[in-house]
Design a protein. Structure first.
Length: 181
């Protein structure tokens, strides 16, 4: 468990990295946002890269806990019941963790590719389990679903052209059902 000081630094770092990216974020700005000075930050984290990696690791741990919580072990009466529950839960998860997801996707170090691969493997297995008789390629289905939810969430977050998030989720579910039925 992180100390209160470390957690304040990590929270400030997440905001700074999310706003400016890894390259644009500065240790000085992170220290200021956290309410500490540079030396306090460097006593807790050896470098900007170490701080970034800890932000991502902490975010991944949170995302994994939340992702596990939406993988319901229940039988759904229809594919619609399954898709409505799962997609709405997944959209919520994406909204809650957009900064970490976005930072992970844009990190060029390759350090987090393994985590993302495990996430997509788990996601694909869950879809296969709940849509076993469909003729879809489950991995492609997962990539399509993830890409759509990510794009829709970005639009909502940045105030893009989409003004009714829930409407587009419902239409997406309708379209997916046409593909699998």
């Amino acid at each position: 468990m992180k100390s209160e000081t470390e957690q304040k630094i990590l929270d400030a770092a997440l905001k700074e990295f999310a706003e400016k990216g890894y390259k644009g974020a500065t240790v000085r700005d992170i220290a200021i946002k956290s309410g500490f000075n540079d030396s306090t930050l460097f006593r807790r984290f050896k470098s900007k890269r170490d701080l970034f990696e800890e932000v991502i690791n902490q975010g991944h741990e949170k995302m994994h806990r939340e992702f596990d919580s939406i993988l319901h072990d229940k039988l759904y009466e229809t594919p619609r019941d399954f898709l409505e529950t799962f997609i709405k839960d997944y959209a919520w998860l994406m909204e809650e963790n957009l900064a970490i997801y976005d930072l992970t996707l844009h990190d060029k170090s390759g350090k987090f590719e393994h985590d993302m691969a495990l996430f997509f493997k788990q996601f694909t297995e869950y879809i296969e389990k709940n849509l076993p008789d469909s003729k879809i390629d489950h991995a492609t289905f997962v990539l399509t679903l993830s890409g759509f939810i990510y794009t829709l969430t970005l639009e909502k977050y940045y105030g893009g052209i989409i003004d009714n998030f829930e409407y587009f989720i419902e239409k997406f579910i309708d379209n997916l059902l046409m593909c699998i039925e």
